[in-house]
Design a protein around this ligand. Sequence first.
Ligand code: HEM
Ligand SMILES: CC(C)=CCC/C(C)=C/CC/C(C)=C/COP(=O)(O)OP(=O)(O)O
Length: 303
Amino acid sequence: MGDAAVTDRIQPGRATWRDYRELTKPGVVALMILTSVIGMCMAVPGMVPLDALILGNLGIALCAGAAAAVNHLVDQQIDQRMARTRNRPMAQGRVSPLQAGLFAATLGVSGMLILLIWVNALTAWLTLASLVGYAFIYTLFLKRATPQNIVIGGLAGAAPPLLGWTAVTGEIHGHALLLVLIIFAWTPPHFWALAIHRKAEYALVDVPMLPVTHGDEFTKLHILLYTIIMFLITLMPFVTRLSGPLYLAGAVILGGRFLYWAIVLMRGTQERAAIMTFKYSINYLMLLFVVMLVDHYVFPIQG
Ligand code: HEM
Ligand SMILES: CC(C)=CCC/C(C)=C/CC/C(C)=C/COP(=O)(O)OP(=O)(O)O
């Protein structure tokens, strides 16, 4: 599409509250907060202190929303040229760069103040590191520089269970890092499945996603390899006695289904396998963490 056509669609100064909501990537942040809440629950045997639960998640969500708004701001021009993103508020010009910048700063500063004043400094600084990692290191630099962009950048998105854990305990624990590792290994299959489906758009805007730089077959192989690694890592909470038998059964069943999709994708027998794998990845992560939570209360691990 030519630049003139893009300019025709621009509707300056028409921002609604829905546009600001969209800037925060609410679907993604909602799943992150689910993993943060569950990180909090896993950190202690009984009920999570209510102040940490409410203020901790509010602070983390505000900072994640701020990072997402910066991503919209930085990516305005590439978002304008990709079909999946061209209706976004900034791509359409309904939110100006100044408005988006002020909005992101307001969310980020409020989130940090909440964490610093009412939660703890460790959680605040780890959250800031995740914000900077996604909004600046991934979006400004890695995304445009290397096909390993989402592998490295995935660390920021994987942080919420650790942030939840430290919000409650004030300490970094190996179990919390294990939860981060699960999401870290999940991110490449999650994203690369979508990137195969949307390969032409990424090629159009010169973003070096793996299917563009190394082709579909190479990407499918790497999706399968990461899914195997992820499957093995998800067994670790049972091995380290963070979780019990219900979790183990859930991890094997849900992970088995993920492996099924990765194999179908690799064999190339189903046309919609890439987008189906992407959709399944979201349900998978949500269900895996919910099963972990249920297991935590049904089979509490003693000592
Ligand atoms: C570097 C890491 C990641 C990358 C590159 C990535 C990329 C993407 C992309 C491109 C989409 C499609 C958005 C759209 O439909 O326009 C998406 C959707 C989604 N992602 Fe990720 N993602 C990452 C990490 C995560 C993490 C850590 C989570 C949650 C813990 C997550 C949860 C979701 C959810 C829930 C959706 C669906 C959103 C919706 O439909 O509203 N993602 N992701
Ligand atoms: C404080 C904290 C936990 C920060 C993490 C913040 C956060 C919202 C991470 C989201 C990860 C994600 C959706 C990446 C996709 O970006 P993209 O630019 O590749 O995708 P797009 O084309 O859909 O914008």
